[in-house]
Design a protein around this ligand. Structure first.
Ligand code: UD1
Length: 445
């Protein structure tokens, strides 16, 4: 069992480099299927979700080479249109392959994608938009068959600005025979990044980052492109410093993409300064922030809700969190309560009443951001905490423990390897190692 062990109560200090954005790299990797030539992507984070996206490309016949943070893709060998269930179920982003495959080959066989359990996550907006473009979609239980040898442009109105549906439809529209307009499109910076990548290969896309997106038909050529920085990773390290105290500097981070998160931390009392791609953060004694309401961009990002909640557990007064994007996004709350946090939940609302101290405990990560939130909270707690089920965290954070350690946190990532070596050397299991499953079970996780 791999896990993270950390000791809280110590201020953070130093500099951390923010990796490329997972939520940008994943659709862009899928988009390489559309390209007529080779693609070279820089600043791709080393994450398990990225490994699975590469496995999907290779399954489809693409050649993929990876060196450090660079990924080179040649999709000329694309020779099939089925997405295997084992890979589809690994992550929600596997659905990004649907639009490009339909555009390029006219067909795609897939099943419902997996991903973090945040409540029901249908793909009806993706399928509805594709159907409007002329795709024939058949569903038998979990299996989907999509056929669209002749996609045509359409005027698609999204009832909700879904990030994934906007990206999928934007990619599919490049293979249509006439222009497509998407109304009420999502405006997230990652959508602009995907559009910028496609445009650097010659695609014609207008209005990315606004709610009116217009796509002219025409597949792009290959392109060389640098993935934008990960604003959720950046938000997580700011939250960690807010929880633990101290002063940190984020390198390769864009404050302009994360203004609502910075606003909340500033209204909690922290100081934030930014210049180009540097963010300087100084933690201060925290106060509650009244209301943090998640919403599509440019609102407060749902992906930052858990880590900011974790940062504010010891803030003086109340903070009310309202989750409006996903139906079930408070799964980290029982673990935070186990640390001593006072949180009342009712439906989409969670009310945090700041406490004076938190005490380390054992927790099991429930999902990607929820797992990161547990680490953030534990950094602000006294004593040792252990976080198991860290495969959730590894889906979205590159070198999570190492980066926090670089900021001065007392944190260890215990791998199977390290445990095996210790056993081989005749060492006995550490007390907290043996206690982890017991404590986690006691916490009802
Ligand atoms: C993306 C992000 C995820 C983030 C989310 C919201 C990636 C890889 N993931 O996820 O980290 O939390 O945006 O910012 O970029 N919905 C439907 N039908 C659909 C599509 C979505 O009902 O066809 C609903 C979802 O269930 C959810 C809401 O719309 O309640 C938002 O989903 P969406 O914006 O599509 O998020 P994802 O693209 O899945």
């Amino acid at each position: 069992m791999e896990y993270i062990r950390l000791w809280g109560g110590q201020a953070l200090a130093g500099e951390v480099a923010i990796s490329g954005a997972k939520n940008s790299a994943l659709p862009i990797l899928a988009a390489t299927l559309l390209c007529k030539g080779e693609c070279l992507l820089h600043n791709c984070p080393r994450l398990t979700d990225i490994n699975w996206a590469i496995a999907l490309l290779q399954h489809l016949g693409c050649r993929v080479c990876r060196e450090g943070h660079d990924i080179w893709v040649d999709s000329k060998g694309l020779c099939r249109c089925d997405l295997p269930e084992t890979l589809m179920k690994k992550m929600r982003s596997s659905v990004f392959f649907l639009g490009p495959l339909l555009a390029k080959t006219g067909a795609c066989d897939l099943c419902e994608p997996g991903g973090c359990c945040l409540g029901a996550r249908p793909i009806d907006l993706h399928l509805g938009g594709l159907a409007q473009m002329g795709a024939e979609i058949r569903q038998e239980e979990d299996r989907l068959s999509c056929r669209g040898a002749k996609l045509h442009g359409a005027a698609i109105v999204l009832p909700f600005p879904s990030v994934g549906a906007t990206e999928n439809l934007m990619m599919a529209a490049l293979g249509a025979d006439s222009p497509t307009t998407i109304y009420n499109a999502a405006k997230e910076p990652e959508i602009v990044d995907l559009a910028d990548f496609l445009q650097s290969g010659g695609a014609k896309i207008h209005g990315a980052g606004t709610k009116l997106l217009q796509i002219e038909p025409g597949l792009p050529n290959g392109a060389e492109y640098r993935i934008m920085p990960d604003r959720m990773e950046a938000a997580t390290y700011l939250a960690a410093a807010a929880a633990a105290g101290g002063r940190i500097v984020l390198r390769d981070a864009h404050k302009k993409d994360m203004l609502p998160v910075c606003d909340v931390l500033e209204s909690a009392g922290c100081q934030i300064q930014s210049d180009c791609d540097i963010i300087e953060f100084t933690a201060k004694p925290l106060r509650g922030c009244k209301l943090v309401r998640t919403a599509p961009y440019p609102g407060f990002p749902t992906d930052a809700q858990a880590v900011i909640m974790a940062a504010l557990l010891r803030a003086e007064g109340l903070t009310v969190f309202e989750e409006t994007v996903f139906a079930s996004r408070f799964r980290h709350v029982p673990a935070l309560r186990a640390l001593g946090a006072q949180i009342e939940t009712s439906g989409a609302i969670a009310v945090v009443s700041g406490v004076k101290t938190l005490s380390g405990t054992a927790m099991a990560a429930t999902d990607l951001r929820g797992g990161a939130a547990m680490a953030v909270a534990a950094l602000g707690a006294q004593g040792c905490s252990v976080i198991t089920e860290i495969q959730h965290i590894q889906r979205g954070y590159e070198d999570f423990a190492q980066k926090l350690a670089g900021l001065g946190a007392r944190i260890q990532h215990i791998t199977e390897d390290k445990l095996w070596r210790r056993k081989k050397e005749g060492g006995s299991r550490l007390a907290e190692e043996a206690a982890v499953p017991l404590i986690a079970a006691k916490n009802g996780q």
